[in-house]
Design a protein. Structure first.
Length: 215
């Protein structure tokens, strides 16, 4: 019972800390640069959650599963890795002319960091929720989408015409990645898929005036 309560409440604690960090950042720094300390707070909250879960839940002490040692089937790879990665492709292709090539390296580095931390938390840690796989998939997918509004919705994702598609696509991504991870136990694949999504989104969105945050 204690484990269930911990895993159900942990996302709200992490997001609450992240939101406080975002609000403090935008009060101190210009909006265009406040996302840097805000995300650092978010990542530190995730790291704290990882340490807590490993201490409290015996099955988590051996660490998260980055590689299962087997190759996923074509259907699982298509639905759990390829599909989420290509969701923002149309957005990227239509607006790729806006991308300054000089900052592409910085975007890739940032996307690497973000995809690692978010996959460790929303897929790796949430897989320890004592529930059926269906509940794990829907719970983590819903809160993953919710996090994009709650964490930065009032600051970097304020345009409703952008926010609604982002919530829909991040829910699909969260469900697909969690479905894949629960079957393959390979975070490396979901991290790679998430990395592609972040690069495609950030390469355009940071320079469109849409104030669109990475997934």
């Amino acid at each position: 019972m204690r484990q269930r309560a911990l895993m159900l409440l942990l996302p709200f604690v992490v997001l609450g800390i992240a939101r406080l960090g975002a609000e403090a950042s935008v009060r101190i720094l210009p909006l265009r640069s406040a996302w840097i300390p805000a995300l650092l707070v978010y990542y530190l909250a995730i790291e704290g959650a990882v340490l807590l879960v490993r201490r409290v839940i015996p099955g988590a002490r051996d660490g998260l599963s980055y590689f299962s040692g087997r190759r996923p089937g074509a259907r699982r790879f298509a639905l759990g890795v390829l599909l989420p990665a290509v969701l923002p492709l149309g957005f990227f292709v239509l607006n790729v002319a806006l991308v300054p090539r000089a900052i592409l390296g910085a975007i890739i580095v940032f996307a690497l960091v973000n995809s690692y931390f978010e996959e460790v938390f929303w897929r790796g840690l949430m897989s320890y929720l004592p529930a059926t796989d269906r509940v794990r998939i829907l719970y983590s997918g819903t809160l993953f989408a919710f996090s994009h509004w709650f964490f930065t919705g009032a600051y970097w994702l304020s345009n409703p015409r952008v926010l609604i598609p982002v919530l829909i696509t991040t829910f699909i991504m969260g469900v697909s990645w969690m479905w894949f991870y629960l079957r393959e136990r390979s975070l490396a694949y979901t991290i790679a898929s998430h990395l592609v999504v972040d690069v495609l989104n950030l390469s355009v969105a940071m320079f469109m005036g849409l104030q669109l945050r990475t997934v």
